[in-house]
Every structure is written in structure tokens, then in C-alpha cells.
Design a protein around this ligand. Structure first.
Ligand SMILES: Cc1cc2nc3c(=O)[nH]c(=O)nc-3n(C[C@H](O)[C@H](O)[C@H](O)COP(=O)(O)O)c2cc1C
Length: 192
């Protein structure tokens, strides 16, 4: 979803993918990602990236991802899609003290695409998904992404277990995260 209001004739704004990291039939991930996307500033193009729709197999390419020599059409499409974003926001559920396997697979499927890409993390769960985002941070650092840690939404305080966003949800923190993300994009892509 590209917000029409984010596009002003003659100007090109950074394109940010807001990733839904879960695929369960009854997941709330899309509601969290939608809330995050609606807090984006006017000078960013925001698109939801639903890993359920991306639907990657588990590492079926012949070569290792670091080679960039992809033969699976799904990997080629994923690589092209990722290269189309200037930055990502990962919305991250906590599963058994970690982050969803489908997100790890989406990261592991590519390699060179991640290096230097600004990435912000917004967790959700009991305790704000602190364990999940800490574990994910190690992986994002290994991939040499430019990591920005955002807020964790807590069940009962910031959102309901059905995915309803509550009044105390940290809107200002997410807006501040976008500011940091856009600054990181500017830093990674200096004007010619
Ligand atoms: C397999 C599984 C493991 C879970 N483990 C945790 C956990 O360790 N910590 C936590 O805060 N919530 C945990 N939960 C609750 C999730 O945070 C909650 O179900 C959330 O809605 C998951 O995101 P989703 O609906 O987008 O899949 C778990 C849920 C599932 C399905």
C-alpha cells in the first residue's frame, strides 16, 4: 500500500517496507503493521510487506545466499522486492522467547541485500517482546544492517491480544523511530 498523500509530483520519497513477521491464520501481525504504517511521516512511501504473501520456502536455492546466485523464482522476487526498499520496519511477535521462524527464514534467504540497509524494530507481546527483539538484534547486526530499536507493544497496556491498539500505545516513539530511520537513509544514500 503506497499512501497517495506521500507522493508529491516531482519528488521521490524514501520507500519503507513495514514487515508483518507472522503467518498464523488468526495472527494479529497485520493490525500491528497497519498501525505502524499509519504513523509514517508524509515524506515517506510506506508499503506493508506480509511474509505470509511472500511465502518463501526454506532455503531451496542451490547456492548459499551469500553467493547471490538465486535459482528459485521466489528468492529472485524476494531479492528484487527488498532491493526496492530504502529501509524496513520489522514488526516482531515473540514466540517462545524468540522471534518467528518465518522472519528468520526471510532474512536467511538473502544476504548481500541486507548489508547497510536501515532497519527499525517494533516488538509486540507480553513484556513488549523484549526477548524476541534482543535475539533478532544479534542477527540484524550479523547481517550488517543499520539497526534502530523501537518500542515494544505490551499486551494489556498498548494493545489487546486481539490486536486492538490501546490508548497508551507508543505513537510518539514510533514517529521518532521513523525520524531516525529517514536520517539513516539519508546517511546511507548521500546526495550526489
Ligand atoms: C507459538 C507461540 C509462542 C508464543 N510465545 C510467546 C512468548 O514467548 N512471549 C510472549 O510474550 N508471547 C508469546 N506468545 C503470544 C504471542 O505474543 C501472541 O499470540 C501474538 O499475537 C503473536 O503474534 P501473531 O498474532 O501476529 O502471530 C506466543 C504465541 C505463539 C503462537
Amino acid at each position: 500500500m503506497i499512501e497517495p498523500s506521500s507522493i508529491i509530483s516531482g519528488m521521490s520519497f524514501p520507500k519503507i517496507g513495514v514487515v508483518v513477521s507472522t503467518t498464523r491464520p488468526s495472527r494479529i501481525g497485520p493490525k500491528v503493521a497497519e498501525w505502524v504504517s499509519q504513523l509514517a511521516p508524509y515524506d515517506a512511501q510506506v508499503e506493508i510487506v506480509d511474509l505470509a504473501e511472500v511465502a518463501l520456502p526454506f532455503l531451496e536455492d542451490h547456492a548459499v545466499p551469500a553467493a547471490g546466485d538465486y535459482d528459485r523464482p521466489s528468492t529472485i522476487a524476494w531479492s528484487q522486492r527488498v532491493r526496492g526498499y530504502d529501509a524496513l520496519v520489522l514488526t516482531v511477535a515473540e514466540y517462545n522467547g524468540g522471534y518467528p521462524a518465518v522472519l528468520k527464514n526471510a532474512l536467511d534467504t538473502l544476504k548481500q541485500e541486507w548489508a547497510g540497509m536501515p532497519v527499525a524494530v517494533v516488538g509486540y507481546g507480553w513484556g513488549g517482546a523484549a526477548a524476541a527483539t534482543a535475539a533478532l538484534g544479534t542477527v540484524l547486526d550479523r547481517l550488517r544492517m543499520v539497526r534502530l530499536d523501537g518500542p515494544g507493544l505490551r499486551f494489556g497496556e498498548d494493545l489487546s491480544t486481539e490486536g486492538e491498539i490501546l490508548a497508551d500505545a507508543p505513537e510518539d516513539a514510533v514517529r521518532g523511530l521513523y525520524d531516525q530511520l529517514l536520517a539513516a537513509v539519508r546517511e546511507s544514500q548521500p546526495a550526489a
